[in-house]
Design a protein around this ligand. Structure first.
Ligand code: NI
Length: 143
């Protein structure tokens, strides 16, 4: 099979704080630094969703990127954009609002839906700042 990888980029902004309620204020400050600020802080996130498959004979597409964009927006971006990750997002309830955990949650939402289009989710890349980003490959080995 001619496996080709395609990627759609989407953006959103959201507020959060990193705060472990089982710890003292001092320990939260020590571990999370400025990210533990009680009154929140925000990021402009960039999300890259990579899927793979064989190009369709008729369209030449692995998956129509317009469909992928619509799916990501409807299932993920609409629930995160201009929201507080700690308070407003049902699929993050009870989960530490780190970029790592957000990438896993996004994978779990999108993976079965992408399979419905005959493609396979390969990677979630979530860029939090210019210098910090995370990548999640499900339980697959990336390379
Ligand atoms: Ni942060």
């Amino acid at each position: 099979m001619n496996r080709v990888y395609i990627t759609r980029r989407e953006t959103f902004n959201a507020a959060h704080k990193l705060w472990q309620p089982n710890w003292s204020d001092e320990k939260n400050q020590e571990v999370f630094g400025a990210c533990s600020n009680k009154n929140w802080h925000g990021h402009n996130f960039t999300l890259f969703v990579t899927v793979s498959g064989a190009p369709d004979e008729a369209t030449g597409f692995v998956m129509n990127l317009k469909d992928l964009s619509t799916l990501i927006r409807r299932e993920v971006i609409d629930h995160l954009d201009h929201k507080n990750l700690n308070l407003d997002v049902p699929f993050l309830t009870g989960i530490m609002a780190s970029t790592e955990n957000l990438a896993i949650a996004i994978w779990n939402i999108l993976s079965p839906k992408i399979a419905g289009f005959g493609a396979e989710l390969e990677k979630i890349k979530l860029v939090e700042t210019e210098n910090n980003f995370v990548e999640y490959y499900g339980n697959k080995k990336p390379f």
